[in-house]
Design a protein around this ligand. Structure first.
Ligand code: ZN
Length: 205
């Protein structure tokens, strides 16, 4: 906004309040103050940068790459073993409690079923959800602390705003290992696993 004071077109005196609609001295209607200039594209000219990315030699390789994602790698076998262990262990504990105090056997059984369902859902999600690569601009990154967990890093969830070539933004949760790759303003290839950002490869353009 300009720092030049507004002047009344009627009497020529300054109008101190920028939001004033009438002159305080002569009552003439004032033109509204100029609207603030549209926000500048803080990350440079988006269209130009996306075009540069499209022409970049590394882009094709990055779009077909399968990045290493610690949260997704090598989880299938341990999860299956955990599932099997949970079922066997749960069954044994349930039988044991059944003999000691019959009504109580529902407690371990319920815990086992809940745990097994959670593991199975996780496995299915991981197996069925493809990793999708697409060009994106990191518009913003924010951390969200879970209530009462200010000191525990593991309870911080991170979210990223991705912007596409047309300026449309979408906010996604990040897998923890992806957070360190995210620099606001960076342009590159985002790897999405469902509605989560699994990895990001920055390309300098
Ligand atoms: Zn005036």
């Amino acid at each position: 906004m300009s720092s030049e004071p507004r002047r009344c077109p009627g009497c020529g005196k300054e109008t101190p309040r920028p939001e004033a609609r009438f002159c305080e001295h002569c009552g003439v209607a004032l033109a509204l103050a100029e609207p603030p200039p549209p926000p500048r594209d803080v990350f440079g000219d988006r269209a130009v940068r996306f075009r540069a990315l499209e022409g970049h030699a590394k882009l094709a390789a990055l779009l077909t790459a399968k990045p290493e994602v610690p949260e997704l790698a090598g989880k299938t076998l341990p999860s299956l073993l955990l599932l099997a262990g949970l079922c066997v262990g749960g069954l044994l504990i349930s039988l044991f409690t059944l003999q000691l105090c019959p009504p109580l056997f529902l407690v371990p059984l319920t815990l086992v079923v809940v745990g097994a369902v959670a593991i199975t859902r996780n496995l299915l999600w991981s197996a069925r959800t493809p990793l999708v690569a697409r060009p994106a601009l990191i518009a913003a990154v924010r951390a969200q602390l879970q209530a009462g967990a200010e000191r525990s890093h593991s309870n911080t969830r991170h979210f990223v705003q991705l912007e596409d070539a047309h300026g449309e933004r979408v906010e996604l949760e990040c897998l923890p290992s992806a957070v360190r790759m995210l620099e606001p303003g960076a342009l590159g290839v985002a790897y999405l696993k469902g509605k989560k950002l699994a990895a990001f490869a920055s390309v300098s353009v």
